[in-house]
Design a protein around this ligand. Structure first.
Ligand code: PMP
Length: 430
């Protein structure tokens, strides 16, 4: 058992000045029954708590750190930029360079605008979709999470997965008037609703859901959304805040071969600094002010430090074999666990897409938020705690994804794999 005296002290004193001691609820580790991790620093695939204990990290800043912690090139690029000025609120060549890079990598994205968080990216994209189509209704899916803006916090995933319909107090019923939240992967129901909805501005989806654990959409489901939105003159918006640059340079669009009208990016695009983006065809993006009349703005949008971190990260992922190496790492960690689950018929579901994964503690396949009812949350808590005390930081909730970075070493992945397998055999296979 790790003694975390200093961590506890920081946490308790934080509670006096920060609600719940955390700046984002999922960090509280409530769902896994421990006091929050209080981190001191990180390098490559490891983080150290303030008590000096190392942990192999699979949270990776909730997927933002594709290159791992404190990557030398990112540190160097950001440091140099810092010395030249950290923010101007004025156009820089870096923003153009970054926009050129992003539009080159993301299918169908002719123009992009940078913002500072995923929440902002999605919120701006839905306003743009409404402005462009002249319609109001947004269809989203139960268990998908799109940030904490009012209209989208309905039947949401992530930290509010277990909460009822309006996933937060403080949201007026009127804000939800134009939001329909439907079951993920349910072709028939969703098709009928789209066909009957004349006021439909957009369908918004996490094409590879990662906020109810990793639950990929069926390809047929995404193709149906593509066809039906087009038929309704509505837009299809892919929220690729997690899947963008994670499952490949072209994100979920390239993974499935389905193109959206607007794409939201976050996390990796900022290389660990606060940046996010949304973009699509010029014809749509030109509705934004100052060209058009859909207003959207931000003091720190396109921030030079974030642009440098993003550019460095995106250049690295363009290197030959980058995603193959990441896949090899995922296979090294996960294939034997999958095999174990199958051979011993363990009551577990290991979901993975590329370098992100979730181990669900249930025997039924998970295809939607509705299926999560069968998950054993106490079992996840025990599993999390067992690994945590060995020095492994998995996602502190059953409903979040784990991420493998390019910095995870084979040695650490083998060590973690053996710990997980031993835990599963001892607890489930005897
Ligand atoms: N969309 C998705 C798919 C996300 O996973 C998240 C955050 N986890 C967001 C939007 C919101 O991003 P942010 O926390 O940067 O506001």
């Amino acid at each position: 058992m790790r003694v975390r005296e200093k961590s506890q002290h920081v946490y308790l004193s934080s509670c006096g000045v920060i609600p719940g001691g955390v700046n984002s609820p999922v960090r509280s580790c409530k769902e896994v029954g421990i006091d929050p991790m209080v981190v001191s620093h990180g390098k490559a695939d490891t983080i150290w708590d303030v008590d000096g204990h190392p942990y192999v990290d699979f949270c990776m800043s909730w997927g933002a750190l594709l290159l791992g912690h404190a990557d030398a090139e990112v540190v160097d690029a950001v440091g140099k930029q810092m010395a030249r000025g950290s923010s101007f609120g004025i156009t820089t060549p870096l923003e153009r360079d970054m926009a050129e890079k992003v539009t080159q990598l993301v299918p169908g994205m002719e123009k992009v605008r940078f913002v500072s968080s995923g929440t902002e990216a999605v919120m701006s994209a839905i306003r743009l979709a409404r402005g462009y189509t002249g319609k109001n209704v947004i269809i989203k899916f139960n268990g998908n999470y799109h940030g904490h803006c009012d209209a989208l916090l309905v039947q949401a995933g992530s930290g509010v997965t277990l909460m009822p319909r309006a996933s937060s107090q403080g949201i007026p019923e009127e804000s939800l008037k134009y939001t329909l939240s439907l079951p993920y992967n349910e072709i028939g129901v969703v098709r009928d609703v789209i066909r009957g909805c004349k006021d439909l501005a957009a369908v918004l989806i996490e094409p590879i859901a990662a906020n109810m654990g990793v639950v990929p959409a069926d390809e047929t489901f995404l193709s149906m959304l593509r066809e039906e939105t087009q038929a309704q003159n509505a837009l299809l918006i892919f929220d690729e805040v997690i899947s963008g640059f994670r499952v490949g340079a072209g994100g979920a669009q390239a993974w499935y071969g389905v193109e959206a009208d607007l794409i939201c990016l976050g996390k990796i695009v900022g290389g660990g600094l606060p940046a996010a983006a949304f973009g699509g065809r010029s014809e749509i993006m030109n509705f934004l002010a100052p060209l058009g009349s859909v207003y959207q703005a931000g003091t720190l949008s396109g921030n030079p430090l974030a642009m440098q971190a993003g550019l460095t990260t995106l250049s690295r992922l363009q290197e030959e074999g980058f995603y193959q190496k990441l896949q090899d790492k995922a296979n090294l960690l996960l294939l034997p666990i999958e095999q174990l689950i199958e051979d011993r018929e363990l009551p577990l579901q290991l979901h993975r897409v590329g370098s992100m994964f979730t181990l669900f503690f249930c025997s039924k396949k998970i295809r939607s938020k509705e299926d999560l009812a069968t998950v054993d949350l106490q079992a996840y808590q025990r599993y999390f705690q067992a690994l945590f005390h060995e020095g492994i930081y998995m996602a502190p909730s059953q409903f979040e994804a784990n991420f493998i970075s390019a910095a995870h070493t084979e040695e650490n992945l083998r060590w973690v794999r053996d710990k997980i397998m031993r835990y599963l055999v001892c607890n489930y296979a005897l």
